[in-house]
Structures are given as structure tokens and as C-alpha cells.
Design a protein around this ligand. Structure first.
Ligand SMILES: Cc1cc2nc3c(=O)[nH]c(=O)nc-3n(C[C@H](O)[C@H](O)[C@H](O)COP(=O)(O)OP(=O)(O)OC[C@H]3O[C@@H](n4cnc5c(N)ncnc54)[C@H](O)[C@@H]3O)c2cc1C
Length: 427
């Protein structure tokens, strides 16, 4: 684990607002619910549980938002990672509809929380999905049409190549769609705001307090280096950083690394040339390029993945090559920050939720589509702990196979598969 005492050296850390240090757990504590993990999933769980009246203690191994939640592309996406057609084949028509409705609720939840707790995190509306290959356009237009007609979602419309040429300062794409209901935000500041809201609602947060072991008893007990928490319920919200803490769910996810850079500030006029309407953008490659502008007009560009534990030594150069394929005109632009983060993917790229032993709820594996769904996950976990698991169960019954090879041997197969598909992007 890289230095847990400080946030990674990112644009987000450099522009963090209201960064607060929370104490380390020392000694024994009792509570109703112990949440492990201080990213969006854990923070939202703590907030919603505290609002339900539960006594909550959250353990974070490093700092609040230190994981994927404080490092991601900040794109607040619509729907699930898979479109309705693919979802129907996996979970049937009724659950596809429920998952769609809850994904809409997820975006609303994020926006409501930002407004209700006055979280200063640069929230903006608008997302452009763009076709990397000409053959992707028809499918994207069909997707927009399907959402508009079958899912009564009026905020998406197809965009053709000519219009896209006016919207983006890049000519590599073939068309796409504009989704004005999706958006983007400063993720670390959103995490900091959620933590503040959770504490105001009565939750206790402990940083630098990695859960090392879970003792499974009628009342589970979680031990850290300097203390222990006994709770009626546990929430595991560790995602790509779970490690071996709970082997029964570790094999359902695969940690992978993804990278983001921030250019120097480019000024308003240049920003408008590159992305006219200040929306977020993502493409259809297997290893997605995603980008947007920060509030101070830096291009935040995400691209490239690796599948081993360490990050590339020169992350600026690693991500820059992806950026230059989209925007060759930025060849002389200075890169001020580049950083990596670890996320968890699942075999079918749908989230992995569940409950173990009747006491331990988990939510993980958002597969790169977690900015909105994590806040909802916390809400659903709180409902389930309070006795209404119907909505949590819609996610929990998504079939979630383990990676072949289990926890120890899942890597070689995944790496071969991912490299094959990322090679196809290049062809
Ligand atoms: C580079 C990158 C770009 C991304 N871009 C996007 C995007 O644009 N849009 C989108 O929707 N999604 C994106 N994602 C995915 C998104 O960030 C995640 O789905 C989401 O943040 C997951 O939140 P989480 O709380 O579940 O996990 P995390 O934020 O990873 O939090 C898990 C936390 O658990 C802690 N932890 C782990 N083990 C222990 C332990 N034993 N004890 C105590 N604490 C522990 C970790 O320190 C960590 O802080 C991206 C991810 C990355 C890495």
C-alpha cells in the first residue's frame, strides 16, 4: 500500500476543500454497525445508517477518499455499466427496469446530497458518449432511442459526426450521444463532504485504522492494529483494496489500475475549443478514454490500465499518449499531475452486492461506473440493515460468478483477456 497517511499527489488532493483528519481507533469500541472502508460506498453507508438512527463506526485504512473515490474521473454516469439489452439477458426484464430506476435514483441521490450538505465539488450536468469506431455509432444511437422511448428518459439524444465536430476539438470520433442527465464532479471533494455529513448525522470515523481481521461470531468483531470494534452488523466497502480481508467475496472482483492526468490550466477559450459545452466525455474503447475540464480549466484526461500491483514509474507519459491521440494539438501542453487508482471489476461488469451470515453486507465491483451507484449502495445497505432488503436484493441477485482461478490464480487469465481486448482497441 502506498503512503496511507496522505492522499496521492493528484489535482484533486491539491484542490481539496475542507480536508479533515479523523482520529485513529484506539482501544475497544461497540456500535450497531461497523463500516469498513471510507470511500463513497462506506461514507454513504455511514451517512444513511446514522440517519436511520444507528450508532455507526467507520474504519478507513488510510484517509477518507484515499482510494478510487478520491482519484477517479469524476464522471457521474447514467444507468448501469451494461445497457438494457444486455442486462435483460442476465437479470430479466423486470429487474432490468428496477436497476434502471435505481440508477436514475443514484444520480438524484448524489445531486441531492451535494445540495443538502452544501458540498462544494464543482458539479456540472452533461455527458457525451463518443464512438471510437464507425461501427459503434448505430448501436449508440439505438441506445439513446431505447432510453428515450422504453425508459421515458428524455435527457439523451443522438449526435452525428458533423455536430460532434462542433462540440469537440477532435476529429477522431464518428458520432455518439449527448446525455444531459449525466454529469461530472470533483470526486475527492464529494467524498470529504459525505464524510462531514456522516459525522454531522452522528457517525464516528476512524482513519489510519485498517481492519486486519474479522472475527465471525454472533456479534462480529473487527480488529485493527490499535483496537477493535464489536458490532451487530458489518458493512464491507473496500472495493479494489479489499485484499484478503473477506475471502468469500474477494474472488468475485479483480482489482485493476487506471490512470488520470491533469494539464496546466488552459483558459476558458481553449477549454471551449476542446469541449465546447463543458460536459464530460467517454469513448467506446475497451479500455475507455474519459475526460473533462476541471473548474480551473485543466483538461483531466483518464486512460490506460495496468493489471499488476505497482503503477508505471512515469504516469504522466503513460496517460499523455492517450490524450495526444485525441488532442494532438496539446503536444506542447504541460502536464501538472498524473496519478493512478485501483478499482474493482467483476466478471460481468455489474456490481457485486450481498450479505454474508445475515450480519455482513457488502457492495463492490462497480467496474468503473461507481460514482453514482456507490451513493445509492449506501442508501440500500441502510434500508437492508433496517429490515427492508427488497431493493438491495435486486442488486444482490445479479448472478456474480467468481473469477476463474479464485483469489490466488485469477490474475493470469484476466491479464491475457484484458490485453487481448485492449489490443483490439489499437487495431
Ligand atoms: C482512475 C479511476 C477512474 C475512475 N473513473 C470513474 C468515473 O469517471 N466514473 C465512475 O462512475 N467511476 C469511476 N471509477 C470507479 C469509481 O471510482 C469507484 O467505483 C468508486 O469510487 C468505488 O468507491 P468505493 O467506496 O466502493 O471504493 P474506494 O473508493 O476504493 O474505497 C475503498 C476504501 O476502503 C479502504 N479499505 C480497504 N481495505 C480496508 C481495510 N481492511 N480496513 C479499512 N479500510 C480499508 C481503502 O483504503 C479505500 O479508501 C474510477 C476509478 C479509478 C481508479
Amino acid at each position: 500500500m502506498s503512503d496511507p497517511t496522505r492522499h496521492t499527489d493528484s489535482y484533486y488532493a491539491a484542490t481539496a476543500k475542507g480536508l479533515t483528519s479523523y482520529p485513529q481507533l484506539k482501544g475497544d469500541a461497540d456500535c450497531d454497525v461497523c463500516v469498513v472502508g471510507g470511500g463513497f460506498s462506506g461514507l454513504s453507508s455511514a451517512l444513511h445508517l446514522a440517519e436511520h438512527g444507528y450508532d455507526v463506526a467507520l474504519l478507513e485504512a488510510a484517509r477518507v477518499g484515499w482510494g478510487a473515490s478520491g482519484r477517479n474521473g469524476g464522471q457521474l454516469g447514467t444507468g448501469q455499466r451494461k445497457g438494457p439489452d444486455e442486462l435483460e439477458a442476465i437479470v430479466g426484464a423486470e429487474d432490468t427496469r428496477r436497476l434502471w430506476d435505481m440508477a436514475e435514483e443514484a444520480k438524484t441521490c448524489v445531486k441531492d446530497r451535494i445540495a443538502r450538505h452544501a458540498i462544494d465539488c464543482d458539479l456540472k450536468d452533461g455527458h457525451l458518449g463518443v464512438a471510437y469506431k464507425a461501427g459503434d455509432v448505430a448501436e449508440m444511437h439505438r441506445y439513446a432511442e431505447l432510453l428515450a422511448t422504453r425508459y421515458d428518459y428524455p435527457r439523451i439524444r443522438p449526435v452525428d459526426r458533423a455536430e460532434l465536430g462542433d462540440m469537440l476539438g477532435s476529429d477522431i470520433y464518428h458520432g455518439g450521444y449527448l446525455d444531459s442527465g449525466a454529469g461530472h464532479l470533483h470526486p475527492l471533494n464529494y467524498a470529504i463532504g459525505l464524510a462531514r455529513a456522516a459525522v454531522e448525522a452522528g457517525a464516528r470515523i476512524f482513519e489510519l485504522s485498517p481492519a486486519g481481521r474479522i472475527e465471525r461470531r454472533a456479534t462480529p468483531r473487527v480488529t485493527t492494529d490499535c483496537g477493535a470494534v464489536r458490532a451487530r452488523y458489518l458493512v464491507l466497502a473496500c472495493n479494489g483494496y479489499l485484499g484478503g480481508l473477506e475471502p468469500r467475496i474477494a474472488g468475485k472482483i479483480m482489482p485493476i489500475n487506471n490512470y488520470v492526468l491533469a494539464t496546466e490550466p488552459l483558459g476558458e477559450a481553449r477549454a471551449r475549443e476542446l469541449i465546447r459545452d463543458d460536459v464530460s466525455v467517454s469513448d467506446t474503447k475497451f479500455v475507455i478514454d474519459y475526460y473533462r475540464f476541471s473548474a480551473d480549466r485543466r483538461l483531466l484526461f483518464g486512460g490506460g490500465e495496468t493489471y499488476r500491483r505497482s503503477f508505471p514509474a512515469d504516469m504522466k507519459s503513460f496517460v499523455r499518449k492517450y490524450m495526444l491521440r485525441v488532442y494532438p494539438q496539446l503536444a506542447e501542453t504541460r502536464i501538472d499531475y498524473a496519478w493512478g487508482g485501483t478499482l474493482a471489476i467483476t466478471m460481468n461488469r455489474l456490481p457485486s452486492f450481498g450479505c454474508l451470515d445475515g450480519t455482513t453486507f457488502y457492495a463492490q465491483g462497480y467496474s468503473g461506473h461507481g460514482v453514482a451507484l456507490t451513493t445509492l449502495a449506501g442508501k440500500l445497505i441502510a434500508e437492508a440493515v433496517a429490515g427492508s432488503a427488497e431493493r438491495f436484493d435486486v442488486f444482490a441477485r445479479i448472478p456474480q460468478p467468481s473469477f476463474p482461478g479464485g483469489v490466488l490464480l485469477r490474475w493470469p487469465g484476466l491479464v491475457a483477456g484484458m490485453l487481448y481486448y485492449s489490443l483490439r482497441d489499437k487495431l
